[in-house]
Design a protein. Structure first.
Length: 151
């Protein structure tokens, strides 16, 4: 599983001209699921993200977490994070988890974050053509990856 985390001042998702999700200060998570990913992988990354100290304190250091800041979360499934670009000019998506399994794992991941943070996680629409807008705060971007056990 791969997650691109962007700290944002605000972010939103629009589908077919209708805004379906919006957050203020917090993080935008772009989540990609790979073959072999399961609930244990999603749980590990959810715990990691919920515990991160990625928000600035009074001295401008990244020293505060979600609990201290009230940061919000917008999660968007993005299968292109599973792309292999090692050969040729066209990305291969052979490593992407099958759509039905990825849909279920995305729902599990978002629910795990909700439970850990004690608040709702805004979500994009799985498999939709989405327009994602954000104002990156910093910019501050992390790439997180968790492989299934044994890989």
């Amino acid at each position: 599983m791969r997650v691109v985390l962007q700290r944002v001042k605000e972010a939103s998702v629009t589908v077919d001209g209708e805004m379906v999700a919006r957050i203020g200060h917090g993080v935008l998570l772009l989540a990609g699921f790979l073959k072999g990913d399961d609930a244990s992988v999603a749980d590990l990354l959810a715990r990691k993200i919920a515990a991160l100290r990625i928000f600035e304190d009074a001295e401008g250091r990244t020293n505060r977490g979600f609990e201290e800041t009230g940061g919000e979360v917008l999660a968007v499934s993005q299968f292109t994070l599973a792309a292999d670009t090692s050969r040729g000019r066209r990305p291969s998506f052979e490593n992407a988890l099958e759509a039905d399994a990825a849909r279920a794992l995305f729902a599990h991941f978002a629910a795990a974050l909700e439970a850990l943070l004690g608040k709702p996680v805004a979500r994009g629409v799985f498999a939709a053509s989405m327009q994602v807008a954000l104002i990156n705060d910093g910019p501050f971007t992390l790439v997180l990856e968790q492989l299934p056990a044994g890989k």
